[in-house]
Design a protein around this ligand. Structure first.
Ligand SMILES: NC(=O)c1ccc[n+]([C@@H]2O[C@H](COP(=O)([O-])OP(=O)(O)OC[C@H]3O[C@@H](n4cnc5c(N)ncnc54)[C@H](O)[C@@H]3O)[C@@H](O)[C@H]2O)c1
Length: 261
């Protein structure tokens, strides 16, 4: 079939976006609004149930279709309940964006001193959460003839220099595993690795005048910081007909910070 711009549309699709209801200007919110704009019904999922509902209300108020769901992605029963809520509201799931993560509220201690509880909690959310959400929705994707999973990793995984980066590098391993294991079911799995994004969380963690931003200024090919909305196009590509042959990849969106030819 000849290419058409319509291949980027997500009409009739159901997308679950985790971590989309937390801090005001978040990457998850940008994904949820972007997917709704592209035509998808959206399940806005977050530990912060009221925040998830607020983003769902925003989508519904603009003429889209969304529900807000409270979920702890590290709790298997809650991820299954999230998938059931998606099925009840919209009939199933076609797209999953594993965006929920600990980033601000994570230990930045080094490997000698980091508390094991903090280590385990970080992996429970940032890695196991993506595993649990994926396997909660894969049966529905299979029933519907295929699906798309996008894992939100980070430029901080290259190289992984601390707990956060280590969890995000592990998520790349989950990405390639899911891509291999479920490709035959027409389920693709890719990752997005943003650089430094000016979400509310990103700005809280890294102020504009921090040495890290000065480092990025010298390292990035273009701008050192991006906006949440600048990630949405790539996510839609990976989840639409236009990206149907892309799987097992990490797309870096970071102004040319991490270049991996
Ligand atoms: N902001 C950046 O510079 C940047 C850069 C690279 C990658 N990322 C990644 O992008 C994603 C979104 O980042 P953000 O800047 O919008 O941060 P954020 O803190 O606003 O988003 C994370 C969301 O995950 C939710 N969450 C945390 N634990 C959860 C749990 N157990 N179950 C369900 N939800 C949970 C939070 O409530 C929050 O809404 C994260 O995966 C982050 O690691 C961010």
């Amino acid at each position: 079939m000849a290419f058409s711009l319509d291949q980027f549309r997500l009409d009739g699709k159901v997308a679950v976006v985790t971590g989309a209801g937390g801090r005001g200007n978040s990457i998850g919110r940008a994904y949820a609004l972007g997917f709704a704009n592209a035509g998808a019904a959206v399940v806005v999922a977050d530990l912060n149930q009221a925040g998830a509902q607020a983003v769902a209300d925003e989508i519904n108020g603009a003429g889209g279709r969304a529900i807000g769901v409270g979920v702890d992605v590290s709790d298997e029963a809650q991820t299954l309940a999230m998938a059931a809520a998606a099925k009840e509201a919209f009939g199933g799931v076609d797209i999953l964006i594993n965006n929920a993560a600990l980033m601000v509220d994570i230990s930045y201690d080094n490997c000698e001193t980091v508390a094991l509880d903090a280590w385990n909690k970080a992996f429970a959310v940032n890695l196991n959460g993506a595993l649990l959400c994926s396997r909660a929705v894969i049966p529905s994707m299979r029933e519907r003839g295929g699906g798309r999973i996008v894992n939100q990793t980070s430029g901080g995984a290259y190289p992984a220099t601390g707990l956060y980066g280590i969890t995000k590098l592990a998520l790349v391993g989950l990405t390639t595993s899911l891509a291999k294991q479920f490709g035959a079911d027409n389920i693709t799995c890719n990752a997005i690795a943003p650089g430094n994004v000016k979400s509310d969380a990103g700005k809280m963690l890294v102020p504009d005048d921090s040495p890290f931003i000065q480092f990025l200024q010298m390292t990035c090919a273009t701008r050192p910081r991006g906006e949440p909305d600048e990630l949405v196009g790539a996510a839609i590509l990976l989840c639409s007909e236009a990206g149907s042959w892309i799987t097992g990849q990490v797309i870096h969106i970071d102004g040319g910070w991490i270049m991996r030819p």
